[in-house]
Design a protein. Sequence first.
Length: 291
Amino acid sequence: MSSRSQFAILAAMLVIDSMHLIFGRMLAFLMPPLVSGFYVMLLAIAQLTAYMWWTGKTDMSVFRSHWRFFAIIGFLVASATWFSYLSVSYIDAGTASLLGRMSTVITLALSYFWLRETLTKQELLGAVFCIVGAFVISFRGSDVLQLGTLFVLAAVTFYSLHIAIVKRYGEDMDFLNFFFWRVLMTAFFLTVFVAGTNAWQLPPSPYAWLVLVITALVDVVISRILYYWALRQMRLGIHTIVLTLTPVLTILIALMFFGEQPEVRGLIGGAIVLLGIVIVALAQQRRTIST
């Protein structure tokens, strides 16, 4: 693949990744977060099922051999989806996106405590910057801001744990079947969550159905395919640095769509968080090159 094509795909990944919380914010005006997450994942698995059936690539043996793995990551991604959509019911998408970069700190913690990897002083310094930045964003904010912050941190914790499990146990699986069964189990657990809370309701209008279908296609199917492609094409440190642009794009898109933007305190805290991420990513890149 030419460098121009790679750049085009990378640019598309950034724009689409920055739309995740924008879609969540749009859906928050139409229906409850759990219900919208349920329909988005249900429509995504319907699209993937049609593709897998058409191509004949579905492999049941992958699920039978790894059903516990898919059950765990399905639960984690379903929980992350619920909390992520819930967060933008309380705070603007830009602030939520800035706080979402705290996933870098959680990934470092999982690497240290679970994978028993050592952390450099530079990585620890970056983590401190991220924590300070998150504190600046939420300190002395309203109860709504603090609640939204908690939901964002819960979402990134669940999603980061899912990534750690996938990196440890799922990298050797066929990608299409891995992705299909992951989305299917995510849809299953969101169905369980909706049933458990008795939150059943139909989308209120044809417009809501349209937004759900587009979100499923763009925010789940296309977004994750591009995300994993970029992860395989670039070093982890570079991948992390590139994704620091996501909150910037999210803030600009939120300003265009909703006329919303973070408060000055949120922008300052977000800048500190992004600085911490760049410090961590550069340390990881240096470690990768040295080994």
